[in-house]
Write a new protein. Structure first.
Length: 241
C-alpha cells in the first residue's frame, strides 16, 4: 500500500459554511506529513475526517484501498489513533490510562509492555498517580503512550505540544520520530510551529482557507516554496483563503 490516504475532491460543510475544499491529496504510507496553516484553515477538520470521526460532505476519501464511509469496518478504524491538544484522560491512574486503548480492543494490557511505555516516557514514578493530577506535559506523555502502545498504522497528531515546555516538546518529538522510524507508521502532524514542522516532517502541506495550497518535501517546501501564498506564510505574513 503506497498511499495511506487518498483524497479526491473532498468538501466539508458545517451548516451553510464550507470549511474544506481539497481537490487532491495523497498521504504516503510511512511518512510524517506536517500539516501547517493559519488558525481556522481547516486543519483540525481534515484530521477529524482522517480519524473517521466525521464523514466528508462530498468527494472521495480512501484509506488504503477502502473508500471511507460510515460503514468502514472497525478493523480498519482501529488502525488509526489520534492525540489532540488536550489529553482527554480518564479519572483513573496513569497506568490504567495507558492501557485503556488496549482494553478497548478486548485485550488485557501486558504488564511488561505497560512498564516499557511508562519508562520510555519518564512516567515510571507516576504510574499509580491519578491522571487528573498530572501537569500538562505529563498528561500529553500519557496520551502519547496510550496511542503508541496499540502500535497503530496511522498516528494523527493535532497540535499535541501546543502550550508545553521545551523539555516535553522535545521528548514527544523524539518518541514519535523513533517509533515512526522503527515501525514505519504514517504520521499526520498538525502544528502551527514551523520550526517543529521542519524538525519532524518528511513532507509539509500548507492549508489555507480549507484548501491545500502547497505540498512539498521538507527542504523544498521551506527553501523553495512554489506559490506566493506559501512564501508569504513562511515570511510570517497573514494569509487568507
Ligand atoms: N463543529 C463545528 N461547527 C461549525 N464550525 C466549525 C466546527 N468545527 C470547526 N468549525 C469551523 O471550521 C473552520 C475550520 O476550523 P478548524 O478545522 O478547527 O481549523 P484549524 O484547525 O486549522 O484552526 C473554522 O472556521 C471553524 O470555526
Ligand atoms: Mg485546529
Amino acid at each position: 500500500m503506497n498511499a495511506s490516504y487518498h483524497l479526491e475532491e473532498i468538501t466539508h460543510w458545517y451548516g451553510e459554511r464550507q470549511v474544506l475544499s481539497v481537490a487532491q491529496l495523497q498521504i504516503r504510507s510511512g511518512e510524517i506529513l506536517a500539516l501547517v496553516g493559519p488558525s481556522g484553515a481547516g486543519k483540525s477538520t481534515l484530521l477529524r475526517l482522517l480519524n473517521f470521526l466525521e464523514w466528508p460532505t462530498g468527494g472521495r476519501l480512501y484509506f488504503g484501498d477502502h473508500l471511507v464511509t460510515p460503514a468502514l469496518s472497525l478493523e480498519q478504524k482501529r488502525r488509526v489513533v489520534g492525540v489532540f491538544q488536550r489529553p482527554g484522560l480518564l479519572h483513573r491512574s496513569v497506568v490504567a490510562n495507558i492501557g485503556y486503548g488496549v482494553q478497548l480492543r478486548g485485550r488485557v494490557p501486558d504488564p511488561s509492555l505497560l512498564q516499557q511505555w511508562l519508562d520510555r516516557l519518564g512516567l515510571g514514578p507516576l504510574a499509580q498517580q491519578a491522571a487528573a493530577k498530572l501537569s500538562a506535559g505529563e498528561g500529553q506523555r500519557v496520551a502519547l503512550a496510550r496511542a503508541l502502545i496499540i502500535q497503530p498504522d496511522v498516528l494523527l497528531l493535532d497540535e499535541p505540544t501546543a502550550n508545553l515546555d521545551p523539555y516535553n516538546v522535545g521528548l514527544i518529538e523524539q518518541i514519535v520520530r523513533e517509533e515512526q522510524a522503527q515501525r514505519k507508521m504514517t504520521v499526520v502532524w498538525v502544528t502551527h510551529d514551523l520550526f517543529q514542522a521542519r524538525r519532524v516532517a518528511h513532507r509539509v502541506a500548507l492549508m489555507v482557507g480549507g484548501q491545500i495550497v502547497e505540498v512539498g518535501e521538507r527542504e523544498a517546501f521551506f527553501n523553495r516554496p512554489q506559490s506566493e501564498v506559501a512564501a508569504a506564510f513562511l515570511r510570517g505574513e497573514l494569509v487568507y483563503g
